[in-house]
Design a protein around this ligand. Structure first.
Ligand SMILES: [Ca+2]
Ligand SMILES: [Ca+2]
Length: 83
């Protein structure tokens, strides 16, 4: 019960952050391979480098040097074709 609340909080935080910085939620920011889609390849990138990372890592969407629930939430939020 406690962990599901934390996951929900993370998703909401990601959506709000994208709205505040880009003007609309779920733009193509999580497209890690620039193929104009957020899909399993991008998800694999996030999961493959999960945890502490270097500055500028491709899947660190909020730039906190940690691949975590925020970055995963960005993938879920942006899932699909980019327009
Ligand atoms: Ca992609
Ligand atoms: Ca991050």
């Amino acid at each position: 019960m406690t962990s599901s609340r934390l996951v929900g909080f993370g998703v909401n935080t990601a959506v709000l952050a994208f709205r505040s910085t880009t003007g609309s939620p779920c733009e193509c920011i999580p497209d890690t391979n620039a193929d104009r889609a957020v899909d399993g390849n991008d998800l694999a990138t996030v999961l493959g480098i999960w945890g502490p990372t270097a500055i500028g890592a491709v899947a660190d969407f909020d730039g906190n040097r940690l691949i975590d629930g925020f970055d995963l939430a960005a993938i879920v939020c942006g899932w699909g074709l980019c327009y």
